[in-house]
Design a binder for this molecule. Structure first.
Ligand SMILES: *[C@@H]1O[C@H](CO)[C@@H](O)[C@H](O)[C@H]1NC(C)=O
Ligand SMILES: *[C@@H]1O[C@H](CO)[C@@H](O)[C@H](O)[C@H]1NC(C)=O
Ligand SMILES: *[C@@H]1O[C@H](CO)[C@@H](O)[C@H](O)[C@H]1NC(C)=O
Ligand SMILES: *[C@@H]1O[C@H](CO)[C@@H](O)[C@H](O)[C@H]1NC(C)=O
Ligand SMILES: *[C@@H]1O[C@H](CO)[C@@H](O)[C@H](O)[C@H]1NC(C)=O
Ligand SMILES: *[C@@H]1O[C@H](CO)[C@@H](O)[C@H](O)[C@H]1NC(C)=O
Ligand SMILES: *[C@@H]1O[C@H](CO)[C@@H](O)[C@H](O)[C@H]1NC(C)=O
Ligand SMILES: *[C@@H]1O[C@H](CO)[C@@H](O)[C@H](O)[C@H]1NC(C)=O
Ligand SMILES: *[C@@H]1O[C@H](CO)[C@@H](O)[C@H](O)[C@H]1NC(C)=O
Ligand SMILES: *[C@@H]1O[C@H](CO)[C@@H](O)[C@H](O)[C@H]1NC(C)=O
Ligand SMILES: *[C@@H]1O[C@H](CO)[C@@H](O)[C@H](O)[C@H]1NC(C)=O
Ligand SMILES: *[C@@H]1O[C@H](CO)[C@@H](O)[C@H](O)[C@H]1NC(C)=O
Length: 646
């Protein structure tokens, strides 16, 4: 039933049937669909994975300057900012700041978007570990999660947020939620059709033949080959990233054959997005020219949002419409003889682009036992670029060819090649959220990096973002001061949430006040969530244990590890807004800032090996040696496990 309907929508979209008037002002697609029949992101690429050349629309798409937000984003934000008011009022009142009436405050500032708190959430890279730990945080923040709006819980933060960014493993999480109709983490965990979030089935073997996955491993391989060959035969450059993105889609997109026709731009015409029920999703990648070995911290960072792909950096400094990615622009225009492309922005390809570090997994597909066609394809893709470049995603023709030639290092290249968004060490996708045009007030930064010997984060990522903000490439992206990683480990700032940038009087140099950063590092509560970035197979028991751990990380075990945490989250959300409206900071918030803000203290001596023990009792995985519970944590363990059901 479900898929028959989708097929109808797909063919309607593909055929460009103009049966109904566009009901919303901001529905931008020329193919007309009503909100009622729009149910999820769409398999709207006419030829599946293969991009299609079409005549350009009358107003051919152009590259626009990054000087401002896109008109599409601006218009969408009006709707979204409004729809965050009720969830925010609800959340902040529930988080209960003593002697402060949050309901009254939000009502007072509701009519003024520039006074209202503007929230971003960023989910780092780190493979499946990052997807799962990040999923735990989003599950905690999602008011749709059972019992997440009880006292002391953070449900509603996702509904209150304006932006949600993901990188590499974090991009899988963001993409998987949005391509699947902005579903919930709990629903993806509960999905039994065998087609999504079955991380026990490695990408090397593919899904099990069950539910809607009607393919066995041999057919899986054959599909990968035919999808990538199809794109190549249509004249597009392909790389290992194409294979990787296709393989990944079988785990992340709840559709048969890994949903080859699902495009990223179709998020922009899906009901949850059009209704502004969800934050604005953004994933990122770094540019790296073939042959370039080390990626420098001032490499151009590209973002992919539902409307556009491009960069805010003062290099290419431009954006192209997402649905026409793959088109050959020159100096910002489509030459008269050129066609426009659709279907290049395959959702799996984009998630693969953000995570090209994992292309090396695909190299295992040239082992013996793999069919010749696939082994030959891997070998071909490798000879195309050479081993050193096996992590490159090919965005040729370069949309920014001859665009901003004075500043754009790749302006004279007909190729644009991108790599994993974490390769510049900025493993948390903060870049889109610190753009002055976006005016974000607070960023909940979930860090699942594997920096230390035991795969825990040590702040390397936020240090990299801070350092970039001091360099010429920053272009107005101010960022709070971050201490060196030794200090972060010595002060334990990677063992619990920490606020950076609390005191705005410290930002005298910059032109803007950067967001407050709520740094939320992965740490053990109920399981050792520090599995290797390259752990290829995670069964559902361990998957759910890591998600539960992530939920505990974000909520500090539902406020039981630190009873002030829920209130302090509210204070972090309100901080910049209170300042803008000249509202006195409640005493409870001052206490929070004293407790959670990094105060400038340094201790740069080399720390001992960082090897934390779980805060709560670990959940049983297999042998399950249980550990002693701290007294304060007894109640929390029970409450936290209650979450597990959803
Ligand atoms: C998408 O989500 C909405 C809201 O939860 C729901 O009403 C709708 O049925 C979903 N559509 C699909 C195709 O799952
Ligand atoms: C703002 O949101 C409220 C509640 O969701 C809705 O009733 C109202 O129509 C919205 N206003 C605008 C201008 O969109
Ligand atoms: C907070 O303000 C709202 C509306 O202004 C009012 O209805 C409510 O009673 C107040 N709550 C408290 C605890 O004072
Ligand atoms: C990046 O940094 C290098 C070394 O400092 C410099 O030569 C180069 O011009 C910078 N590139 C950009 C785009 O700022
Ligand atoms: C950002 O870069 C663009 C393009 O180089 C430039 O026009 C703009 O003035 C820069 N903005 C800031 C705040 O430096
Ligand atoms: C909105 O986005 C669509 C798709 O990228 C594009 O065709 C359209 O021109 C954009 N509208 C405006 C006003 O920028
Ligand atoms: C697979 O590829 C790797 C890396 O290019 C190469 O070293 C290896 O020999 C190949 N194995 C097979 C079986 O082709
Ligand atoms: C794109 O257009 C340029 C000329 O503007 C041309 O040199 C190049 O070959 C074209 N690329 C492709 C892939 O068609
Ligand atoms: C690209 O070529 C143009 C014209 O030949 C030149 O002016 C410009 O400096 C070049 N840009 C780069 C980044 O090499
Ligand atoms: C922090 O992580 C980096 C890798 O990201 C590592 O090189 C460094 O040794 C680590 N330092 C500490 C103190 O953990
Ligand atoms: C305040 O700014 C200075 C100069 O950038 C920096 O050294 C210091 O660490 C900052 N303090 C805090 C608490 O962020
Ligand atoms: C819901 O959360 C509350 C507060 O943490 C807890 O007391 C209660 O047992 C939870 N209920 C369920 C069904 O998990």
């Amino acid at each position: 039933m479900k898929f028959a309907l989708l097929a109808v929508i797909a063919s309607t979209v593909a055929a460009g049937v103009n049966a109904h008037a566009i009901p919303l002002e901001n529905a931008y697609v020329d193919t007309s669909v009503t909100v009622e029949n729009l149910r999820r992101s769409l398999p709207n690429s006419p030829k599946g994975y293969t991009p299609t050349y079409q005549n350009c629309p009358q107003n051919a798409p152009v590259v626009r300057s990054a000087a401002s937000l896109s008109p599409n984003e601006t218009r969408w934000l009006q709707k979204r900012r409004n729809s965050t008011i009720a969830p925010m009022r609800n959340l902040l009142s529930r988080l209960n700041i003593q002697n402060f009436n949050a309901t009254q405050y939000i009502d007072r500032v509701a009519s003024n978007a520039s006074a209202l708190p503007n929230i971003g959430i960023a989910v780092s890279g780190g493979g499946w570990r990052a997807l799962m730990n990040g999923a735990g945080a989003l599950k905690a923040f999602d008011s749709r999660t059972a019992n997440s709006t009880a006292k002391g819980k953070l449900g509603g933060l996702l509904q209150s947020a304006t932006y949600l960014s993901g990188l590499s493993g974090g991009s899988w999480l963001v993409g998987s939620l949005y391509i699947n109709n902005f579903t919930t983490v709990g629903a993806l965990q509960a999905e039994t059709s065998g087609s999504v979030w079955e991380f026990g089935n490695s990408v090397i073997e593919g899904p099990e033949k069950s539910g809607i996955q009607i393919f066995n491993t041999a057919e899986y391989y054959a599909n990968l080959v035919s999808d990538v060959d199809g794109k190549a035969n249509a004249g597009f450059n392909t790389s290992l990233t194409d294979l990787w993105g296709r393989a990944l889609s079988y785990q992340l997109i709840n559709a048969s054959e890994g949903g080859p026709a699902y495009t990223w731009s179709s998020i922009g015409i899906s009901a949850p997005f059009l209704n502004a029920d969800a934050p604005y999703p953004i994933i990122i990648a770094d540019s790296r020219a073939p042959g370039e070995k080390l990626i420098s911290s001032n490499t151009t960072i590209y973002e992919f949002n539902p409307y556009e792909m491009g960069s805010w950096d003062p290099t290419s400094f431009g954006f192209v419409p997402m649905n026409h990615l793959g088109t050959n622009w020159t100096a910002g225009r489509v030459p008269a003889n050129e066609k426009c492309v659709v279907g290049f922005d395959n959702a799996g390809f984009l998630m693969g682009t953000s995570s090209t570090l994992f292309n090396q997994l695909i190299l295992q597909l040239n082992d013996t036992g793999i069919p010749d066609a696939l082994r030959n394809l891997v070998a071909d893709l490798l000879t195309g670029l050479g081993d050193d470049n096996n992590d490159i995603a090919d965005y040729t023709p370069n949309p920014f060819y001859r665009y901003n030639p004075q500043t754009n290092p790749s302006a004279n290249s007909t190729r644009l090649t991108l790599v994993d968004g974490g390769e510049d060490l900025e493993n948390i996708p903060l870049h889109p959220l610190i753009q002055p045009n976006r005016h974000v007030d607070v960023i909940f930064a979930v860090d699942s990096s594997a920096d230390t010997a035991f795969h825990w984060p040590n702040g390397t990522s936020i240090v990299a973002t801070y350092e970039r903000s001091l360099s010429a490439i920053a272009n107005g992206t101010d960022f709070p001061s971050i201490p060196d990683v030794n200090t972060i480990v010595n002060l334990g700032l990677n063992t619990r949430p920490t606020f950076f940038g609390c005191d705005t009087s410290n930002f005298t140099g910059g032109t803007t006040i950067p967001p407050l950063v709520v740094y939320i590092p992965n740490s053990p509560y109920t399981t050792f969530s520090n599995v290797s970035t390259f752990q290829l197979e995670t069964n559902n028991t361990q998957r759910d244990a890591i998600i539960l751990n992530g939920l505990n990380v974000a909520t500090m075990a539902n406020g039981t590890r630190d009873t002030t945490w829920p209130t302090c989250v509210a204070c972090a959300i309100l901080s910049r807004s209170l300042e803008r409206t000249n509202t006195e900071v409640p005493q409870a918030c001052t206490s929070c800032f004293n407790r959670f803000c990094w105060d400038g203290t340094l201790n740069s001596t080399k720390p001992a090996n960082y090897n934390p023990m779980p805060v709560l009792q670990t959940v049983n995985l297999q042998s399950g040696g249980s550990k002693l519970l701290p007294r304060w944590a007894v109640a929390a363990a029970a409450a936290a496990l209650g979450y597990h059901a959803m």
